[in-house]
Write a protein that binds this ligand. Structure first.
Ligand code: ZN
Ligand code: ZN
Length: 268
């Protein structure tokens, strides 16, 4: 499999995973459908190979208009929880009727779903309020390889540790540095939410989770970790990397997903 991050952060998230000519988008919350198509071609995947758009939750930086337009243009479904689709419909009328046109396939949580050539395991994650719908993380399997994708979560439920351990490639949120968040001057209620159990993961929380993934005694572990959804004001890539680097074995690569630029294409 191959994996690329096209955009990451509160200004919008888009990633893609593919095997040969078949692929999935993961989140589509920024830019335009045309922009995503161009970025996919640059990464080496013809957009017509995309068979679905996995959406983690309903916030507009993940489930944006490009998801709807891409789904319509290519006749492929958004794959998400029913409550996430309903939350997106409450936010924007444009999403209404996608389900009736067959442009949504509902996923249940903690379950396996086969879609095209991909086996998708969903994991429930705590994040947001009703506006987020029912947020999910994903383990995506194909050709004997596994990609794990989890962003926008306020805490790491224990079952995600095992899920990350079984993956070859992990994308995990590392949203904020605690000191920067506390001294950000943002309103108290916002800081409280970001740092709370339904907000976002700090560098400390992400690295703590990774330390558990890479605990000695487990024969299988991921070889590459990408830290994602970094806050523009309350984090810096070098802080996220150094927190994670100190808890991860030397032979594991650690990268940061950029906010606006496409990553390299990783071979999983
Ligand atoms: Zn987000
Ligand atoms: Zn969110």
């Amino acid at each position: 499999m191959r994996f690329v991050v096209l955009a990451s952060g509160s200004s919008g998230n888009v990633s893609a995973v593919w095997n040969g000519t078949r692929g999935l988008l993961i989140d589509a919350g920024t830019g335009s459908s045309k922009g995503i198509e161009g970025a996919l071609r640059s990464a080496g995947l013809d957009p017509s190979g995309i068979s679905g758009i996995l959406v983690t939750h309903a916030h507009s930086d993940h489930f944006g208009q490009p998801a709807r337009i891409f789904a319509k243009k290519y006749g492929v479904p958004v794959l998400t929880h029913r409550e996430t689709y309903e939350a997106a419909c409450r936010r924007a009328r444009a999403f209404h009727g996608m389900d009736q046109r067959g442009h949504v396939r509902f996923l249940t949580e903690q379950a396996d779903h086969l879609h095209d050539v991909f086996q998708i395991r969903t994991w429930a994650v705590p994040h947001g309020s009703e506006s987020a719908g029912r947020p999910l993380a994903f383990s995506i399997r194909c050709g004997g390889r596994c990609v794990f994708y989890a962003t926008d979560l306020g805490m790491v439920p224990p079952y995600l540790i095992g899920a990350m351990r079984e993956a070859d490639f992990v994308l995990l949120e590392s949203n904020y540095d605690e000191e920067m968040e506390l001294s950000s001057g943002r309103p108290d209620h916002l800081v409280e939410w970001v740092m709370g159990p339904t907000g976002h993961l700090s560098n400390g929380q992400a690295s703590e989770a990774l330390a558990r993934v890479f605990e000695p005694g487990h024969p299988r572990y991921p070889r590459r970790v990408v830290l994602a959804h970094l806050s523009e004001d309350c984090n810096r890539p070098e802080l996220a990397i150094s927190a994670a680097r100190s808890r991860v074995p030397r032979d594991v690569e650690v990268h940061v997903a950029a906010r606006y630029e496409a990553s390299t294409v990783w071979e999983v």
